[in-house]
Design a protein around this ligand. Structure first.
Ligand SMILES: *[C@@H]1O[C@H](CO)[C@@H](O)[C@H](O)[C@H]1NC(C)=O
Ligand SMILES: *[C@@H]1O[C@H](CO)[C@@H](O)[C@H](O)[C@H]1NC(C)=O
Ligand SMILES: *[C@@H]1O[C@H](CO)[C@@H](O)[C@H](O)[C@H]1NC(C)=O
Length: 355
C-alpha cells in the first residue's frame, strides 16, 4: 500500500516538476533567441560570431587609392604577405568610391579639384592626404584646408607617420665595414645653382676632392647607389630643402645602407638626433665654414680609430628603408583597421605642414 500510494503521488509530483522545468527551459530559450536577434539588429551580422567566441573573419577594410603615385600604374601588393596585416582590401577602382572605408590621395597628383569625389561623400569615410615632398615642393597647400581627415607624411606629428627610414634594434655583434678606398661622394640628379646645397658644395670642393655622381656627374657602378657609395668613407646627404623632419633616403639608403658617414644638410642637428644617434653623422652646422669641414674630413681620413667611432651604432641597430608604395598603402590600411570611429578634419593643412 505504502508503495502504491507513493507511486501515485510521486508520479504526480514528478510530472509537476518536469512541467515547471519545461516551462523554465522554453522561457530561457525564448530570451536567448530574442537577445541574439536584438544584438544582431543593433551591431550587424558580423558581430554574431562574437557570441560564440570564435571571431574567424578579421575586419575587412577597403582602401581606395585615388591616384597611382606619379601616374605610374603598378600592381598592388598583398599586405598580409608583405607586412602580416590582415583584412586589407586595396583597390584603385574608382567606382568603389562610395563603399570604400577610406580614400588615399597622393598630393603630387592632385591638379584639378573637380577630380575629387566630393559629391555623395559619406561622413564615416576617411580621406587621407599623403605627401612625401617637402613644403618647398608642394603646391596648392592653402586651398586644401577642411577637406581631408588624416595626414600621412614624413612629419612626426602626421596622423600616419611614415619616415623615409628608421633604425631598429638588433642583436649585438661586430661591425664589419666595406673596404673603403675613396673619400667623399655625392649623388645628385636635381642640380640647381640656387639650392643651398649646391652653393655649399661649390665652396667645399675647393678644399677636398668630391666625386659627384648622377645626371651631371659620374656614372654609378652597375647603376647601383649602394654599391657605388660603399667604397667611400663619407657621403653628402644634402636635402633639396630644409624643413622639420624632412630627412630622406639620402640619409637612410645612400649613406647608412652604404656604411658611409653622412654629412647632412637639412633640419637642425637637434631634429636629426630625434631619429639617429648623435655620433652617427656629421652636420654641416657643426662647422663654421666648408673649409673647416674639409679639414676635419681629412683628419678623419688619416685617423681610422676616430673614423670608426661613427659606426658604434651598428653594434645595436640596423637600417630600415621604407619601400614605396606598398609599405605606405599597407600602413594606411593597418591604421584604418585599428582606428575607432572618432571624426577629425584637417582644417589648416598648409600651416601645419609648413610648421
Ligand atoms: C573589396 O571591396 C569591394 C568594395 O567593398 C568589394 O566589392 C570586394 O569584394 C572586396 N574584396 C575583398 C577581397 O574583400
Ligand atoms: C570596378 O568596380 C565595379 C563595381 O564593383 C565593377 O563593376 C568593375 O568591373 C570594376 N572595374 C575593374 C576595372 O575592376
Ligand atoms: C571627414 O571630414 C569631413 C569633411 O570635414 C567630415 O564631414 C567628416 O565627418 C569626417 N569624417 C571622419 C570619419 O573623420
Amino acid at each position: 500500500m505504502e508503495k502504491l500510494r507513493c507511486w501515485r503521488t510521486c508520479r504526480r509530483s514528478r510530472w509537476r516538476i518536469f512541467r515547471s522545468q519545461l516551462l523554465a527551459a522554453s522561457l530561457t530559450f525564448t530570451v536567448l533567441v530574442l537577445y541574439i536577434f536584438i544584438h544582431v539588429l543593433i551591431t550587424g551580422p558580423n558581430s554574431f560570431s562574437l557570441l560564440w567566441g570564435t571571431n574567424s573573419q578579421p575586419k575587412q577594410v577597403t582602401l581606395l587609392i585615388w591616384y597611382e603615385p606619379f601616374g605610374r600604374k603598378r600592381r598592388l601588393g598583398d599586405c598580409h604577405i608583405l607586412f602580416n596585416i590582415n583584412g586589407c582590401n586595396l583597390t584603385t577602382n574608382r567606382s568603389l568610391h562610395q563603399e570604400a572605408d577610406a580614400i588615399l590621395f597622393h598630393h603630387r597628383d592632385i591638379n584639378d579639384f573637380t577630380d575629387l569625389p566630393m559629391r555623395k561623400r559619406q561622413s564615416s569615410q576617411r580621406w587621407i592626404w599623403m605627401n612625401f615632398e617637402s613644403p618647398s615642393h608642394s603646391s596648392w597647400l592653402t586651398s586644401l584646408g577642411g577637406i581631408f581627415n588624416w595626414t600621412m607624411s614624413y612629419k612626426v606629428d602626421s596622423d600616419i607617420f611614415m619616415p623615409y627610414g628608421y633604425l631598429f634594434s638588433k642583436k649585438s655583434d661586430g661591425i664589419v665595414l666595406p673596404h673603403k678606398r675613396k673619400l667623399l661622394a655625392w649623388v645628385i640628379s636635381n642640380w640647381n645653382e640656387d639650392h643651398e646645397r649646391v652653393q655649399y658644395y661649390n665652396e667645399l670642393r675647393k678644399h677636398v676632392q668630391i666625386d659627384v655622381y648622377g645626371r651631371y656627374g659620374l656614372e654609378l657602378k652597375d647603376d647601383n647607389i649602394i654599391k657605388t657609395v660603399s667604397e667611400y668613407k663619407f657621403y653628402l646627404a644634402f636635402e633639396n630643402s630644409l624643413h622639420t623632419d624632412y630627412i630622406t633616403e639620402k640619409l637612410w639608403r645612400n649613406a647608412f645602407q652604404s656604411s658611409a658617414v653622412p654629412i647632412v644638410m637639412g633640419p637642425s642637428r637637434y631634429n636629426y638626433e630625434m631619429f639617429i644617434p648623435r655620433n652617427s653623422f656629421i652636420h654641416v652646422d657643426d662647422f663654421s665654414s666648408p673649409k673647416k669641414l674639409a679639414m676635419y674630413l681629412k683628419y678623419l681620413d688619416k685617423n681610422t680609430h676616430m673614423y670608426r667611432r661613427y659606426f658604434t651604432w651598428k653594434k645595436h641597430y640596423d637600417v630600415h628603408v621604407t619601400s614605396f608604395w606598398d609599405e605606405h598603402f599597407c600602413t594606411a590600411c593597418g591604421t584604418l583597421k585599428a582606428a575607432g570611429n572618432q571624426h577629425r578634419t584637417v582644417t589648416d593643412l598648409a600651416n601645419w605642414f609648413e610648421s
